[in-house]
Structures are given as structure tokens and as C-alpha cells.
Design a protein around this ligand. Structure first.
Ligand code: GTP
Ligand code: MG
Length: 342
């Protein structure tokens, strides 16, 4: 991989366009969202040099021609790799975007300040999407479904409000994709290039696998195909930061898990193959809910936004990346200082 931030392989981001009208956006202002922020390369360089005909047979004598460099591997070069990448896996409707927007909401409204990273091409679209999701969540509305065949890269800087010097700001790059593109890998299939490029690269990667309480059973095989794919890309499950999330836990009728065994039992029952892998490699697992979702005349609404499970995931992410808990209490000296000058 080329690390010199060569941008030539990536498509320029389009300017923002007005939001298309959406059924559950009745009370919402028009917020601009990007039409596309795909990193997928659409043009390959064309060599326009002609082969000279030098022999008198009329055939091209190419023996004197120099070999051209052979490009192997993935043609997409990922720029701005100085970040911590978060990749969501899950079928369409599993709840990936709801989880992502809830994590951003937790970071930006409870744990500190979240802003787009300024030195990237994605600043404008990241800002637009961030504030669209924030506005919606405040009103109990859910994000729109993610467009197919488009990887949306969102670069952010998160500055925690924890006063300890050890709790430092971090760069976060979320990779938003549609579930339909994850189903592409079923039965040995491949990802589209823009997704494959990130999984094939040597970047700091956190993986969040999302499967819903009501459909987990059907995802067991696909999740394992994804594990296999990660391993073929050189991402050893022993060392990759990965968490399995059972989403829409509220459908169970509870907002949390009374005993840890409840989650364990669920995974063992509904996801037996995944369970083996998760236990062998001691991967993390948790549940998620944004709160009860009800149908109204204006579309789906969250009855009461519940950030408890988003908090857990956000803290897992921060600690994995920075090595320090987000709610680190500070050193002895810091604690004295904070108690004198709160
Ligand atoms: N009850 C309940 N429903 C949820 C929850 N999270 C998501 N949903 C429902 O699931 C739908 C899909 O959620 P998304 O986050 O858009 O799913 P996704 O995985 O991003 O789907 P794609 O973008 O199509 O890949 C939402 O519109 C809600 O109807 C939750 O915590 N509880
Ligand atoms: Mg989505």
C-alpha cells in the first residue's frame, strides 16, 4: 500500500445536494446530505503510447519494448490513513446506522465534543450527516437506510471532556456501508472494490458485527464467512479488535441483560457457529438498543432514546483505540488538583 497520501486514485467528493424528501421527515428542516462520498475508483489510467511497427514483416516487433510495470492487488489507494477506522458489518436492516449515529450522539453530547476532521475531503459530508443524525435522534427519528454500492467515509475528531491528561483526543474514521453489500460475500462472493480496499489495507481497524435480536439465526453462516474473509485478508482474529453486537435487544421485552448469561445463552442458541469462533478467539460481545421503536402516522419513532448501550460501545471503542478508559479517574495528583479547582 502506498502511504504517501496520493489522492489520485480516489474520486473527488461531490458537493452537497438538497435532501430528497423522505416519508418520515415531516417535521424536519431540509438538511443537506451528500449524494455520494464513495471512495470507489471509477477511472483507471490509460496508457496512450502506441506500439511502433518496426519489422518489415508488418507485424509489431515488440522485443525491444520495455516491460511496463505490472499492477497487482487492489487499485484503490486509501488516503489519510492517520486515523482509527471503524468498520460495521451486518445485513440490511440489522441496525448498523442506528448504532453508528447513537455512538456519535453519545460522544458529541455526553462524553465530549465531536467534530469533523478538518484536513480531509470528507469534512463537509461528514458534518452534514452528523447533524442530520443528531437532529433526527433528538426528535426520536431514525436515520435513513444506507445507499447500496457506496462506502461513506466519515472522519471525526473526538475530544473527551474528561480532564485527565491521559484521556487524549482521538481521530475516528467510520466506514458506513449498506447491508446489501455485506450479503455480497455470501458463498464465497466478494466485496465491491471500495469496501475491499479498506479490508485489504494495513490500517488500525475496529470491527463491529451487528446482528439483530429477531434475525440473528439467519446471520450465523454469513458472519462466519466474514470471519473467514478477514483471515484471508491477513486480519488475524487473535489480534483484531472486534465486537459482536446483538441489536434491537428491546424486542426481547427488556432494555438490558439481567445476567451476563442471558446474552451468552442467546448467542449460543441463535448463533452456534459464531459462538464457537467468538469464544475461541475471546472476542467481545454485547447487546444494543436505541429504545422501543413504534409505528406512528409519521413513520417510525423511538419512544424514549436510550443511550445506555451506546455508551458501553463508545467506551469499548475509545479504550481500544487510546488504551485508557474514557472515564479514567485521573492520576492521584490530577484528582487533588481537580478537587481544588473543579
Ligand atoms: N426496536 C428496535 N428497532 C431498531 C433498533 N435499531 C434499528 N431498528 C430498526 O431497524 C431499522 C434499520 O436500522 P438501520 O440502522 O438503518 O439498519 P442498517 O443495518 O443500517 O440497514 P442498511 O442501511 O439497509 O444496511 C430501523 O429503521 C428500525 O426500524 C433498535 O434498537 N430497536
Ligand atoms: Mg445503514
Amino acid at each position: 500500500m502506498n502511504n504517501d497520501n496520493d489522492n489520485s486514485q480516489e474520486k473527488e467528493l461531490p458537493e452537497e445536494k438538497e435532501t430528497k424528501s423522505s416519508s418520515n421527515k415531516k417535521n424536519n428542516e431540509n438538511i443537506p446530505i451528500p449524494d455520494s462520498v464513495s471512495t470507489e475508483s471509477t477511472q483507471v489510467p490509460v496508457d496512450t503510447r502506441k506500439t511502433k511497427i518496426t519489422s518489415n514483416t508488418g507485424y509489431a516487433d515488440i522485443s525491444q519494448e520495455k516491460d511496463v510495470p505490472l499492477i497487482t492487488g487492489n487499485p484503490i489507494d486509501i488516503k489519510n490513513i492517520d486515523s482509527n477506522f471503524v468498520f460495521f458489518f451486518g445485513i440490511s436492516g440489522s441496525g448498523k446506522t442506528v448504532i453508528l449515529s447513537a455512538i456519535l450522539y453519545y460522544y458529541g453530547t455526553q462524553a465530549g465534543a465531536l467534530g469533523p476532521k478538518l484536513d480531509t475531503q470528507n469534512t463537509k459530508p461528514a458534518k452534514a450527516l452528523l447533524y442530520e443524525w443528531f437532529t433526527k435522534l433528538k426528535k426520536g427519528m431514525l436515520p435513513d437506510r444506507s445507499p447500496l454500492n457506496q462506502l461513506t467515509r466519515l472522519d471525526f475528531v473526538f475530544k473527551p471532556n474528561n480532564k485527565s491528561k491521559k484521556v487524549t483526543p482521538i481521530n475516528l474514521t467510520f466506514l458506513e456501508t449498506a447491508g446489501g453489500n455485506h450479503s455480497d460475500i455470501s458463498r464465497g462472493g466478494n466485496y465491491i472494490n471500495s469496501i475491499d480496499a479498506y479490508l485489504s489495507s494495513n490500517i488500525p481497524l475496529q470491527v463491529i458485527i451487528v446482528t439483530s435480536f429477531d434475525t440473528a439465526e439467519g446471520d450465523d453462516v454469513l458472519i462466519n464467512e466474514f470471519f473467514d474473509l478477514l483471515e484471508t485478508k491477513g486480519k488475524n482474529l487473535n489480534s483484531v479488535n472486534l465486537i459482536l453486537v446483538i441489536s434491537k435487544w428491546d424486542i426481547s421485552g427488556r432494555t438490558g441483560v439481567s445476567h451476563e448469561e442471558e446474552l451468552e445463552d442467546f448467542i449460543q442458541l441463535k448463533l452456534p457457529i459464531t459462538n464457537k469462533r467468538v469464544n475461541t478467539f475471546e472476542l467481545n460481545k454485547t447487546y444494543f438498543t436505541i429504545g422501543n421503536v413504534i409505528s406512528t402516522a409519521n413513520g417510525e419513532r423511538i419512544e424514549e432514546v436510550n443511550l445506555a448501550s451506546a455508551e458501553l460501545l463508545s467506551k469499548w471503542l475509545y479504550q481500544n483505540i487510546s488504551g485508557v478508559p474514557l472515564d479514567y479517574e485521573g492520576t492521584f495528583l490530577e484528582r487533588i488538583k481537580f478537587s481544588l479547582f473543579p
